[in-house]
Ligand binder design. Structure first.
Ligand SMILES: NC(=O)c1ccc[n+]([C@@H]2O[C@H](COP(=O)([O-])OP(=O)(O)OC[C@H]3O[C@@H](n4cnc5c(N)ncnc54)[C@H](OP(=O)(O)O)[C@@H]3O)[C@@H](O)[C@H]2O)c1
Length: 241
C-alpha cells in the first residue's frame, strides 16, 4: 500500500557523495529534498540551485533546527558523524548517517541511546544491505540451498586517489581502508554469521598513519571469514581474486 505522506529530507555536508545522493533522491517517491547545509553559503546556494532545493544554510546547526525538515542525511567526513548525528537527533530530527556510522563503538552506542531517548529514527547509510544481491544471498542461505556456512571470503578494493592529502588518507578525518571500505566485508560477515568469537586483524600503514589495506580474520565456532579492504593506488591495480 502506498503512503501519501512526503518525507521532507535535508542534506548536511555537500561533498562528493551528497551530489550522488541528491541525484538519486529525485528518483524516490514520497521523498522531497527540501533543504541543504554547507559550511559555505555560496556552495549551499549553488547546490540548492542545481537540485532545485528551496532552503539552504551555511550552518549545520540551523539546518538541524529548521522546521521544514523531518529527516537529515549526514554526508560529512567520518570523524564528524558522531557530532553531526547527535546535533540532529538532539533537535528531534530523524537521521540517516553515512557509513561508517562513527569512529568507534562508544560513539555508536551513544548515538543509539540518544535516538532512543529522543524517539527518532537513526540509520547507517549501509547501501550493501539494500541491494538485491544481498537479499538473494540471505534467501539462498535461509532456504538451505547451500547448507551451513563454514567460511566467507569477502573483499572490497578500489583505485583510490593517489593524493595523500585526500580524505581517504587523512587520519584526522577518519580515513583508512577499514573505515572507508573494510566495513563492507565485515558487515557481510556480521549479517550472515553474527559476532565472531575471535578477531585477528593486520594492516599496512600509509605514510599518513592510516591503513592503506587491512586483513581481518573472523573466527566462529563452525566458520572462518577472511575479509580484506584495499585502497589501491592506480599503479598497484591488480585482480582482487
Ligand atoms: N555510501 C557510499 O557509497 C559512500 C561513498 C562515498 C563516501 N561515503 C561516505 O560519505 C561521507 C562523505 O564522503 P565524501 O566522499 O562525500 O567526502 P567529501 O567529498 O570530502 O565531502 C565531505 C563534506 O563534508 C563537509 N565537511 C565538514 N567539515 C569538513 C572538514 N573539516 N573537512 C572536509 N569536509 C568537511 C564538507 O561539506 P561543506 O563544505 O558543504 O560543509 C565536505 O564537502 C564519508 O563518511 C564517506 O565514508 C559513502
Amino acid at each position: 500500500m502506498k503512503s501519501s505522506k512526503t518525507i521532507n529530507l535535508a542534506i548536511l555536508g555537500l561533498g562528493k557523495i551528497a551530489h550522488e545522493f541528491a541525484k538519486d533522491v529525485s528518483l524516490v517517491e514520497g521523498v522531497a529534498l527540501v533543504a541543504v547545509a554547507s559550511r559555505n553559503l555560496e556552495k549551499a546556494k549553488q547546490f540548492a540551485t542545481e537540485y532545485d532545493v528551496a532552503n539552504y544554510y551555511d550552518s549545520y546547526k540551523e539546518l538541524a533546527t529548521s522546521p521544514e525538515v523531518n529527516l537529515i542525511y549526514i554526508a560529512t567526513p567520518n570523524n564528524f558523524h558522531f557530532e553531526h548525528a547527535t546535533l540532529c537527533i538532539e533537535s528531534g530530527k530523524a537521521v540517516i548517517c553515512e557509513k561508517p556510522f562513527a569512529l568507534n563503538s562508544t560513539q555508536v552506542f551513544k548515538m543509539i541511546a540518544k535516538a532512543k531517548e529522543r524517539q527518532v529514527f537513526l540509520m547507517e547509510a549501509m547501501w550493501t544491505r539494500f541491494i538485491p544481491a544481498t537479499q538473494r544471498v540471505i534467501d539462498i542461505i535461509a532456504d538451505g540451498t547451500i547448507g551451513q556456512i563454514t567460511g566467507i571470503n569477502a573483499d572490497f578494493g578500489f583505485a583510490a586517489a593517489t593524493d595523500l592529502n585526500s580524505r581517504l588518507y587523512n587520519k584526522e578525518l577518519g580515513g583508512g581502508s577499514l573505515l572507508d571500505i573494510g566495513i563492507y566485508p565485515i558487515y557481510l560477515s556480521y549479517l550472515l554469521l553474527g559476532m565472531p568469537n575471535h578477531i585477528n586483524a593486520t594492516a599496512t600503514l600509509s605514510s599518513t598513519g592510516v591503513d592503506s589495506n587491512c586483513e581481518v580474520l573472523f573466527k566462529y565456532a563452525n566458520a572462518e571469514c577472511k575479509l580484506e579492504a584495499l585502497l589501491l593506488k592506480q599503479h598497484q591495480q591488480k585482480p582482487l581474486l
